[in-house]
Design a protein around this ligand. Structure first.
Ligand code: PMP
Length: 374
């Protein structure tokens, strides 16, 4: 027989995720850490590499890593779940709490994977757009939750790509208003330094997501974790792939976690660089900058996609273009890099913007000259 029958209907209008793997000298598009894991940690890992049992399956419960994370957060290991990056855990939450006939409350513009994973798992997406300043529309959210039919709420805190935290009082109001599973996605927690962890005891429906990809330089390894009530963690364990977090990843992440004080200096440096970017961009004419608590800064500029191209082609600086995302028209997001990378980005920005102004003046002068001749 020839041909292939169609896949599930939900896939027909989806495009495979494209992380836009364009190469550039200054890579500021994916909210990664600018520096690799510190050399002292790599040296320690190398020493023990020869005796690493690559031939064995990993511990499906990532026991050692879970215990370390639990201890640091004043929890029991049964209240922690490790995944193949935060991405896998978001997908698992939708497998466990979403699905056909169930609903996700999404607050766009926000992290796109919430909506994509909902779509793939057949979960209906109910959207309440953020306000013009990108803050959550609290009244609308509480009113919608009051209808009682929402199964999951996902809140990026701080919100990627817009940068702001949701006020803690509103998060508590949301938790009080619903028995839906509320994911507070703290992927950028180490930069915002705000967590909902103190509210876990009182709210068994609260789950918190964290990752090793940002502050701990391990984006390439794929390790994230959830903090949640043990009943919630047990349900999510039913849908997860048992060996999704490799033995190597568990080992490296546990080593990094034990040594996490070493990363504090880098985190402080990135926070300083973030302030430099916010300040530098807000001093540029024609740029609207949004405050950020993450390791990235969102800004709006006329003809953003053209500016994105100029930064890449004339200065080899790669940032993220959100210009086509609903609610983010003419918005670009730059990741906070090293001091040198931030300087290169800011210099490239002022070059591109002054070239724009000059070409406008020239066009204006040429038009006036034509008018005068006419
Ligand atoms: N949540 C948010 C808000 C993110 O921005 C990201 C990464 N872009 C993730 C979760 C997932 O991160 P990872 O899979 O690398 O742990």
């Amino acid at each position: 027989m020839e041909g292939i029958r169609d896949p599930r209907e939900q896939l027909l209008d989806l495009e495979p995720y494209d992380a836009k793997g364009v190469a550039a000298d200054v890579m500021l598009s994916s909210n990664e850490h600018p520096f690799n894991v510190p050399a002292e940690i790599i040296a320690r890992l190398s020493d023990r590499l020869e005796s690493f049992d690559f031939n064995r399956y990993p511990d499906p419960t990532a026991r050692k890593l879970r215990e370390l994370i639990a201890q640091a957060n004043g929890l029991d290991a049964t209240e922690v779940l490790v995944g193949n990056g935060g991405d896998e855990l978001i997908f698992n939450i939708l497998l466990a709490w979403g699905g056909l006939g169930r609903k996700l409350l999404d607050l766009p513009p926000t992290f796109a994977m919430y909506g994509i994973d909902a779509h793939v798992t057949g979960t209906e997406v109910v959207q309440i757009p953020r306000k013009d300043d990108f803050f959550v529309d609290g009244d609308a959210v509480l009113e919608r939750l009051g209808q009682g039919d929402i199964d999951i709420v996902m809140i990026s805190h701080p919100n990627n790509p817009t940068g702001s935290l949701t006020p803690e009082t509103l998060l508590i109001d949301i938790l009080n208003a619903t028995d839906a599973l509320v994911l507070v996605d703290e992927a950028y927690f180490e930069f915002s330094r705000h967590t909902m962890r103190p509210h876990m005891q009182r709210h068994p429906n609260l789950v918190i997501l964290r990752t090793f990809s940002k502050a701990f330089s391990l984006a390439g390894l794929r390790v994230g974790y959830l903090l949640g009530h043990e009943d919630v963690i047990r349900e999510i364990m039913k849908v997860r792939q048992p060996y999704s977090v490799s033995a190597f990843s568990q080992w490296v992440a546990a080593t990094v976690f034990r040594e996490r004080v070493v990363f504090q200096q880098g985190i402080r440096e990135l926070i300083r660089n973030r302030d430099r970017l916010l300040h530098g961009l807000s001093n540029m004419r024609g740029i609207e900058v949004f405050p950020s608590e993450g390791n990235f800064v969102l800004f709006r500029v006329e003809h953003a996609s053209a500016l994105w191209r100029d930064l890449l082609h004339s200065h080899s600086v790669l940032i993220r273009d959100f210009g086509r995302a609903p609610g983010l028209e003419d918005c670009l997001r730059v990741t906070v890099g090293s001091e040198a990378e931030c300087s290169k980005f800011l210099e490239a920005m002022s070059d591109v913007l002054s070239a724009r102004r000059e070409s406008r003046i020239m066009t204006g002068a040429a038009a006036r000259a034509t008018d005068e001749r006419a």
